[in-house]
Design a protein around this ligand. Structure first.
Ligand SMILES: [Fe+2]
Ligand SMILES: [Fe+2]
Length: 268
């Protein structure tokens, strides 16, 4: 059985420290074969840098997916996409010719092929993304002749209904579809009828007593005054770690099991 840990949006310094505290032990205790993490909020809450990606790569994250905030540090991310020195994806349904890639095959130590796909939803986003339903059809068609052992999707979406619908749409055609973006973990991790592992939102890895990773006072002030207050990202204190463990049969590409792995750790 192939075991994948999928970690929800890692937010800033406290999130990276949380991963450092917990992941090496989890790798051993859960006997993980692959670790995937959503990194759109990795570097000070928004975007990524080589330094921050290296920090979590060193403690065991193999594959990085992302979402709408990946562009915040534009220069850095475009350089990373150009150099291709990390297994980093951005949603595949951005318009054509946007830098970066939305899907890539991960090759395991035993030479098995796992296609990782990143997609973003359209509901409640101000951007005008291509249709994730039609784009996933196109991607799956493109890889039809490839002998894949598993297919994993990170679906980065705001509306739970959109994720649910896409989940059923790909059920039986992919090994797992795992939600990110809302930063709130959902209690519905399950195997869909045609053996695809599913969760509406994995959650986040960031400050526990925060509003989806942001220091709570600045968000409350923004709501009270209707004027944007600078968002601060807490760097110390209690950190929540949200992830799901997915077990896949690489002979069939079907999911056997999915369960939430939610932890807490203190960052000093
Ligand atoms: Fe996020
Ligand atoms: Fe997002």
């Amino acid at each position: 059985m192939f075991k994948i840990l999928f970690i929800g949006d890692i937010i800033g310094k406290i999130g990276r420290a949380g991963v450092k505290n917990l992941l090496p032990k989890l790798k051993k205790s859960l006997k993980l074969d692959l670790v995937i993490a959503n990194v759109e909020n990795l570097a000070h809450g928004k975007g990524v840098t080589e330094k921050t990606l290296n920090e979590i790569k060193e403690v065991g994250v193999d594959v990085f997916t992302s979402g709408n905030h990946i562009w915040k540090k534009r220069k850095e991310v475009e350089e990373i996409f150009k150099k291709q020195n990390f297994f980093l994806l951005r949603p595949a349904n951005y318009p054509p010719n946007v830098s970066g890639i939305g899907e890539k095959i991960f090759i395991t130590n035993n030479k098995e092929k796992i296609l990782i796909i990143n997609l973003i939803g359209r509901v409640f986003f101000k951007e005008d993304f291509d249709c994730p339903f039609r784009v996933i059809d196109k991607i799956l068609k493109k890889y039809k002749k490839e002998k894949l052992n598993a297919i994993i999707i990170d679906f980065h979406a705001e509306a739970t209904s959109e994720t649910k619908a896409l989940g059923f749409y790909v059920d039986g055609r992919v090994s797992a579809i795992l939600g990110t973006h809302s930063h709130i973990p959902t209690a519905d991790a399950k195997i869909l009828p045609n053996k695809t592992a599913y969760v509406t939102d994995t959650g986040m890895t960031g400050a526990e007593n925060s509003v989806i990773g942001v220091e709570k006072e600045s968000v409350i002030k923004t709501y009270l005054t209707q004027i944007n207050h600078q968002f601060i990202f807490p760097e110390k204190g209690e950190c929540t770690f949200n992830s799901v463990l997915v077990e896949i049969d690489l002979k069939t590409g079907k999911a056997i099991k999915i369960k939430r792995v939610d932890k807490k750790t203190t960052v000093n």
